[in-house]
Structures are given as structure tokens and as C-alpha cells.
Design a protein around this ligand. Structure first.
Ligand SMILES: [Zn+2]
Length: 188
């Protein structure tokens, strides 16, 4: 979107309407990205993808072709009021992309980025009506994804209603335990 390519223009319109990007577009982006061999060496995290069972199957296919696989899936669960409070108060820097929150993480000076002094703005899809639409679409599409990874024994549920620092600590624990398990596997 930033580079203002043709694909970026299509994405921008979809995002602003609070809709989800089509599978064809995301698949195209993923295939390009997974050609990079560094990804399999360093590891990677996908944020907010896959959101449908079809996408999960597409992703497994792409990964299989490049001899990679998903280690685990984090399902962060939060209630609708909590989500509306968080997204509704979110402010993003136009210049550097830093993220703030009017209550949870306010900038030192209202409307100004602490990092670079740029202007803070509210993403057009962060209003309550669009958030509700996004959540309805999310819930409908995501339940089958949760089942998909549960069957693969890769699903980890995390309570995301808790404060960000507590949630952060819990996530760090999850990653540490996973790393330990991985090392054990290599030793064996
Ligand atoms: Zn900034």
C-alpha cells in the first residue's frame, strides 16, 4: 500500500471498507515471500493469517512446496467490548507507523508521535461500526480455522482480555517453552 502499486491500491480500498483481502491476492503475496530461503532458516510469524479454513489449506500447500511447516498457532481471544475499546482508541503515526492508544498508551503530546514527532491519525477502519463488521466476519470465518489447527494439535488459546504487559509475559512464556521443546527434539 505504501509503495502505491496497483495491488496496493486494491488492498487499500478493501481495508478501508473493513473487508478482508481475497485469497488470490494473499496467496500471491505469500508465494512471493516464501521464496526467500531466510524465512525457513530464521523462522517467521504470520499475524492475522490464515483467517479461513481455505486459507489454512492454501498455506499448508505453499509451505509443503518449500519444505516448511507451522509449529504452532496462537489464538488470542478477547471480548467484543475489549476489542472495541482497543481498536477504537488506536492512533497511528502517519510518518513512522508507531502505534499509540488514547487511554492505554497515550503519546506525551496529544496527536503527536513520541518517536518521530509525526502526526497521529485514526485508521478509517478503526471506528465502532466497522470494527463490529470486522468481528462478525472474523468469528464466522475463524471458527473453522480454530478447528483445523485443533485437529492438527497445533492450537494454543491465550486469554487476550488481560492487560498488555501480562499478555506479553504469557506470550514470552509460550515462545520460551516452544524453543526448549525444539532444542530437546534436536538433542534426541
Ligand atoms: Zn512517528
Amino acid at each position: 500500500m505504501k509503495k502505491e502499486t496497483k495491488l496496493g491500491g486494491q488492498l487499500k480500498k478493501i481495508v478501508q471498507e473493513g473487508k478482508l483481502v481475497s485469497d488470490d491476492i494473499v496467496t500471491e503475496l505469500l508465494k512471493k515471500r516464501f521464496k526467500d530461503r531466510k524465512l525457513s532458516e530464521q523462522g517467521f510469524m504470520l499475524d492475522g493469517y490464515p483467517r479461513t479454513k481455505t486459507q489454512a489449506e492454501i498455506l499448508d500447500g505453499i509451505l509443503k512446496n518449500t519444505k516448511q511447516s507451522i509449529d504452532f498457532v496462537l489464538n488470542m481471544e478477547a471480548s467484543l467490548p475489549v476489542i472495541i475499546q482497543r481498536l477504537g482508541g488506536r492512533r497511528v503515526c502517519r510518518k513512522c507507523g508507531a502505534v499509540f492508544h488514547v487511554q492505554n498508551k497515550p503519546p506525551q503530546k496529544e496527536g503527536v508521535c513520541d518517536v518521530c514527532g509525526g502526526e497521529l491519525y485514526q485508521r478509517p477502519d478503526d471506528n465502532e461500526a466497522t470494527i463490529k463488521t470486522r468481528m462478525e466476519v472474523y468469528t464466522k470465518n475463524t471458527n473453522p480455522v480454530v478447528d483445523y489447527y485443533k485437529k492438527q494439535k497445533k492450537l494454543l488459546n491465550v486469554d487476550a482480555n488481560q492487560e498488555s504487559i501480562l499478555l506479553r509475559d504469557e506470550l514470552i512464556k509460550v515462545f520460551d517453552e516452544h524453543e526448549k521443546n525444539n532444542k530437546n527434539k534436536v538433542k534426541r
